[in-house]
Design a protein around this ligand. Structure first.
Ligand SMILES: [Zn+2]
Length: 345
């Protein structure tokens, strides 16, 4: 009898960790936080956002199609409400060249009853009923607009709470990808994922099992794997410590994202992730980065060019290392095969 841990913050039992199958190669997954353009430096607001980057989703989809990659667009409420976005992504979804999941930005998702502030920007901090109502509104809107209920969820700002897993299972989701292993958001009222696994794992709840598929971040540098605890111990002393450690070549935290991570570092991270035996490398970025001027990472046309060159280099490196693209459907099938005596409900 499996005791449901019920949430994403309990360290999983060994039996619940999903490993690379015998003889299998690692795979990679491209997850895109597909959302409105807003000022990342300004306080959160229910209104005043833009959707100028939506047409750029078509370029993005064409790029990944050419590369044989089926990305998953984790769409939030303003995107689902936008006819152009639904036109572009719906056509790709119907053609079987992408997947659609849910991403919840609570401040722009009904019901609009909570005060808008930094704490409430993490859905997991909201009262359970409100969190559930927002998840349900988003799920139903995606179902109505894309012709299928989403099975994959990401909390905006990685904002899971203690009730989130049970709620997701209750609402028919099967996979969550909100855990950002190696990051600690407590200073801004968010969750602490410092010690979260990089492997996928099953979270058992009273409503069924949810597969957690964490966003991949590895620790490299001269002291290798042992660097993760050291990084966190020193990072508490100040924000520049991480950069200093990387410069010294001691410990480096590398997220698999084109946003702020140079291509050569990301290639290094891919090699480390392969060596660590991860079954799936989970890449992520935000759709507003597809148009210059929306995020700190893509400020100009030249930056956007670099953004796609980054992917050229990464896809090339992955191909050289024998790492093929995967999808949520394939990841879930792999996890189901491994769950053995514990069939997820
Ligand atoms: Zn987001």
């Amino acid at each position: 009898m499996v005791q449901p841990s019920g949430n994403f913050f309990a360290y999983p039992a060994a039996a619940d960790l999903i490993e690379r199958e015998a003889g299998a190669r690692p795979r990679f997954w491209v997850t895109i936080d597909t959302e409105e353009d807003f000022d990342w430096e300004a306080p959160f607001a229910r209104t005043g956002y833009r959707l100028a980057s939506v047409p750029a989703l078509a370029d993005c989809q064409r790029y990944f199609e050419r590369g044989g990659v089926k990305p998953i667009y984790l769409v939030d409420w303003p995107i689902v409400a936008d006819d152009r976005a639904v036109g572009i992504l719906g056509a790709a979804h119907d053609a079987g060249t992408c997947e659609i999941g849910a991403q919840l930005h609570p401040w722009v998702t009904p019901p609009y009853t909570e005060e808008v502030n930094a704490r409430n920007s993490y859905t997991g901090n909201l009262p359970a009923d409100l969190q559930r109502a927002k998840m349900m509104a988003l799920r139903d809107a995606i179902r109505d607009r894309f012709g299928g209920a989403p099975t994959v969820y990401r909390a905006g700002r990685y904002g899971l709470g203690p009730d989130s897993a049970t709620m997701l299972a209750e609402l028919g989701f099967r996979c969550d990808t909100s855990v950002r292993s190696g990051f600690d958001y407590r200073a801004g009222h968010g969750p602490d994922y410092r010690d979260a696994p990089l492997y996928p794992w099953w979270v058992h709840t009273s409503e069924g099992a949810i597969l957690e598929m964490p966003v991949t971040t590895v620790f490299g540098g001269a002291i290798g794997k042992a660097g993760r605890p050291l990084y966190h111990r020193l990072a508490r002393r100040g924000t520049h410590v991480g950069a200093a450690l990387a410069r010294l070549g001691l410990v480096e935290r590398i997220a698999l994202t084109p946003e702020g991570i140079p291509a050569d570092r990301a290639c290094k991270a891919i090699d480390i992730a392969i060596e660590q035996g991860l079954p799936v490398l989970n890449f992520s970025f935000h759709s507003p980065s597809l148009q210059p001027g929306n995020t700190p990472y893509v400020r100009s046309a030249a930056d956007l060019d670099l953004f796609y060159r980054w992917w050229d280099i990464i896809l090339d490196h992955l191909a050289r290392r024998g790492v093929d693209a995967t999808t949520a459907a394939e990841i879930l099938a792999m996890a189901d095969r491994q769950s053995g005596a514990i069939p997820p409900r």
